[in-house]
Design a protein around this ligand. Sequence first.
Ligand code: NAP
Length: 307
Amino acid sequence: MAQNSRKWDIIILGGGPAGLTAAIYGSRAGYEVLVLERMLPGGEITLTENLDNYPGFPEGTSGPEFGQDLEKQAKRFGASMETVEVNKAFLEEQPKRMETSKGNYLADKVIVSTGTRPRSLGVPGEDKLKGRGISYCASCDAAFFKGKEVAVVGGGDAAVEEALFLTRFAEKVYLIHRRNRLRAVKALEEGLFSNPRVEFLGDTVISEITGENKVEGVQVVAKDKEYHLPVQGVFIYIGRLPHTELLQGQLDADENGYLVTDEEMRTSRSGVFAAGDIRRKVFRQVVTAAADGAIAAYTASRELQLP
Ligand code: NAP
């Protein structure tokens, strides 16, 4: 595989809010910073239509715009960006080596901010009908369900937020949650319960997603009955899993796979930091991801200055 002989001070894996904030701080501190991102700048936030709770935007802002602005700001301080898939990170080597589809990239310090991906429901029909009426991204796919009936699964902020977004397109949105109480914040819950297009099905689980070539419904099990709900779309929002495959167990993680760091974002391996949703933490938000990114870059910069 091609070897890129240039050695960067800091390589950041993942260009979401955590990674791009780390890029802003690292490059502004005068270090050579490269961000490796496989999709769009902003990462998952680009799939959020309205970022409503980031401080300083009284009317909210659009996710894609926010991602692009973060990238512009990082570039203004001299950070470089590469759109590439990282296959494996060799974190024990010095310099540390990132093996990618475009060759190897080397760095003294690495900040891991690869975020999370959606968790699957794991019921019959899910694998077969993925992309055929089953989606994990309402902002990407809601428009296909204009005038139709859809089910959203989950009871957290993501499920409720996306159910509300779907009401702009779908005629009817069922929110199916395994308990009777939502986990989402009050403001979202109030929005949900006051929306005439939403029907909340609490204490209910999906046992199967039915359909041959496309979703035709879901088999649901409630406390005292089991029935078939005819819907054309199923949006699954039951939490997320950390994106750690490329690390292949080189960093300490908790029982759910989230990377364990100290308060200064150091992982279990010297010269490697973690920031954002990939990290074990209590509150996964854009603002906390950005804060992690700033701290990780600050700690990495300090170590580069005073090895
Ligand atoms: P989450 O808060 O972990 O909620 C996951 C939901 O899925 C829970 O209601 C859970 O039920 C349910 N669930 C889990 N496994 C299930 C299964 N096998 N079958 C059925 N239901 C299952 O995840 P999230 O909503 O994706 O949010 C992740 C993080 O991002 C959170 O920290 C959240 O606050 C944040 N977030 C924030 C915003 C915002 O502030 N606007 C928007 C999106 C996400 P139980 O409640 O019974 O456990």
